[in-house]
Design a protein around this ligand. Structure first.
Ligand code: AP5
Ligand code: ZN
Length: 214
């Protein structure tokens, strides 16, 4: 199964991707997580990406497409994968189509989580993420069982550097200008599934699995 979770920052892509990993036993490919790991490792790519991410802007397509090309070539992607936070521009979407066509594979479904902007700020400012596995929690809507400890791997939960009210505005701007047009791109491809992402986490998960079973 080759899947994509799509939506605005804070729409719940990472949260729902974790349930897809458990159900289908396929890897999640989050460009955001890969870039944050590169920043932590102080690689050249990480240092270049950091300024864009801290400002809530998109990292250049050439960097992102290179990341995806390397990641999809790895053995664990042969059984399928979940793209999370990629693609975010038409250029990235076209590069992905070409890459997948060269690999003789295709996208099965794009799960779009629809959440209006006015709910996004509260979701992002209340988010806590695992410092080790990247899992997302929310202080009110999706709390971890033990405060500040990850349910999956027991590592410490932290606040992401770009999770502040100011940066969220730029991230939403980038989403509407550069990423939202991809809804049309994937609708025309016939793989788009639009879900109401404002429901509770478990209801969104149930709707997603129903859509995937069709
Ligand atoms: P990235 O890490 O991809 O961030 P994002 O798209 O802004 O998305 P988030 O991770 O913030 O949100 P999410 O949808 O995964 O939500 P979550 O499940 O955590 O990218 C960061 C930066 O990296 C970008 O700004 C850019 O600079 C760069 N970048 C990355 N990819 C790139 C690319 N392809 N091209 C160019 N640049 C790129 O949920 C959010 C919160 O809400 C959590 O607290 C969660 O617990 C809670 N929540 C989830 N679901 C629900 C629900 N149903 N009800 C209530 N609360 C919920
Ligand atoms: Zn964890």
């Amino acid at each position: 199964m080759n899947l994509m979770v799509f939506g605005a920052p804070g729409a719940g892509k990472g949260t729902q991707a974790k349930f897809l990993i458990e159900k289908y036993d396929i890897p999640q490919i989050s460009t955001g997580d890969i870039l944050r790991a590169a920043i932590a490792d102080k690689t050249d790519m990480g240092m270049e990406a950091k300024n864009f991410m801290d400002a809530g802007k998109l990292v250049p397509d050439s960097t992102i497409i290179g990341i995806i090309k390397d990641r999809l070539a790895q053995d664990d992607c042969k059984k399928g994968f979940i793209l999370d936070g990629f693609p975010r521009t038409l250029g990235q979407a076209e590069a992905l189509s070409e890459l997948m066509s060269n690999m003789n594979i295709s996208l099965d479904k794009v799960i779009s989580l629809n959440v209006p902007d006015e709910l996004i700020v509260g979701r992002i400012t209340g988010r806590r993420v695992c410092s080790s596995c990247g899992a997302s929690f929310h202080v009110d809507f999706n709390p971890s069982k033990k405060e500040d400890i990850c349910d999956y791997c027991e590592s410490e939960l932290i606040i992401r550097k770009d999770d502040n009210a100011e940066t969220v505005k730029s991230r939403l701007g980038a989403y509407h200008d550069q990423t939202a047009p991809l809804i049309d791109f994937y609708t025309k491809m016939g793989v788009m599934v639009e879900l109401d992402g404002t429901k509770d986490v478990s209801e969104v998960t149930a709707d997603m699995f129903t859509a995937l079973s069709k």
